[in-house]
Design a protein around this ligand. Structure first.
Ligand SMILES: Nc1ncnc2c1ncn2[C@@H]1O[C@H](COP(=O)(O)OP(=O)(O)OP(=O)(O)O)[C@@H](O)[C@H]1O
Length: 239
C-alpha cells in the first residue's frame, strides 16, 4: 500500500526575468491511498506527474507531509523504500550504466547474489524473460530503443521490487515496442504505477489519477478519468 498524506513539494526557482529565487509549489497538497495493482497517472506536460512518481521511491522527498510504502517512510527509510519500489525512467539511457545487458542486470543483482557465477545465471534468466536472452552479450549501443527499455525494466525487476513505478516508459518507442512494453507491464505480478501520455494504456489501468497544476484533480475509474482529462485538455472542463 502506498500512502501519501498532505504531501507538498516545493523548490527554489528564479523569479520572473531571472529575478531573485523564490519558493514555488510543484505539487500538492496530495493525500492518496494506492492499493490497486495498476495505477496510471495522466496530465499535461509540466503538471507534476514526474514529481508525483518520484515521490513514490524517495527520488523526490516531500517538503511537508509524508509518503509511506508498506509502512516505510520515504524520508526516514529511504534505502528500504528503494528496495521495495523500482523506478523506470522515460529514457533507458539514463539508467543503463554497463557496456552489455548481462553486466547491467548483474550490477543490479550484486547485493543479492555475491557469487559471480550464480549472479550470471540469474541475470541471463532475467534477460531471457524479456526476450533479450540472445542479446545478453552485445554492446548496449547495438540494442534498439525498445530493447533498451526492456533492459532497463529487466534490470529493475531483477531485484524483485514489490512495486514498479514507470515514468513514461513507452514515450520514446514506436507502436510495436510500445505494445510489447505495455503487455509486459500488464503481465507483471507487482503493483505498477505508470505515468503515461498513452490514453489507451491508461484506460487499461484499474485506477487513473489526473494531475493538473500540481494537483490531483480527478481520481477514479479509468474511462471516466480519461474523459475528464480529455475535457480538461480541450478546455471543456475547468477543475
Ligand atoms: N527541481 C525543480 N526546481 C524547479 N522546478 C521544477 C523542479 N522539478 C520540476 N520542476 C517544475 O515543476 C513542474 C512539474 O514538473 P514535472 O516534471 O513533475 O512535470 P510532468 O507532469 O512530469 O511533465 P512532463 O510530462 O513534461 O514530463 C514543471 O513546471 C517543472 O518545470
Amino acid at each position: 500500500m502506498i500512502e501519501l498524506d498532505d504531501v507538498v513539494v516545493t523548490a527554489w526557482s528564479p523569479g520572473p526575468g531571472g529575478g531573485d529565487e523564490r519558493v514555488v509549489r510543484l505539487l500538492g497538497p496530495v493525500t492518496l491511498r494506492l492499493a490497486e495493482r495498476r495505477v496510471a497517472v495522466v496530465g499535461a506536460n509540466g503538471s507534476g506527474k514526474s514529481t508525483l512518481a518520484r515521490l513514490l521511491n524517495g527520488l523526490v522527498l516531500p517538503s511537508s507531509g509524508s509518503v509511506r510504502v508498506d509502512g516505510l517512510d520515504t524520508a526516514t527509510d529511504g534505502a528500504a523504500v528503494r528496495r521495495r519500489v523500482g523506478f523506470v525512467f522515460t529514457d533507458p539511457n539514463a539508467q543503463i550504466v554497463m557496456p552489455t545487458p548481462l553486466e547491467d542486470v548483474a550490477l543490479s543483482l550484486r547485493r543479492r547474489f555475491p557469487d559471480a557465477a550464480e549472479r550470471e545465471v540469474v541475470a541471463r534468466a532475467a534477460l531471457a524473460r524479456f526476450g533479450l536472452g540472445e542479446r545478453a552479450d552485445v554492446p548496449v549501443h547495438a540494442l534498439s530503443g525498445g530493447q533498451r527499455q526492456l533492459l532497463a525494466i529487466a534490470a529493475v525487476l531483477a531485484v524483485e521490487p514489490a512495486v514498479l513505478v514507470c515514468d513514461e516508459p513507452t514515450t520514446l518507442l514506436d507502436l510495436r515496442w510500445r505494445r510489447t512494453v505495455d503487455d509486459l507491464l500488464a503481465g507483471l505480478d507487482q503493483q505498477v504505477v505508470v505515468v503515461t501520455h498513452d490514453l489507451d494504456a491508461a484506460r487499461r489501468a484499474d485506477r487513473v489519477l489526473v494531475v493538473h497544476d500540481g494537483q490531483v484533480v480527478h481520481d477514479g475509474e479509468p474511462h471516466a478519468a480519461v474523459a475528464h482529462y480529455e475535457a480538461l485538455m480541450s478546455g471543456e472542463w475547468v477543475p
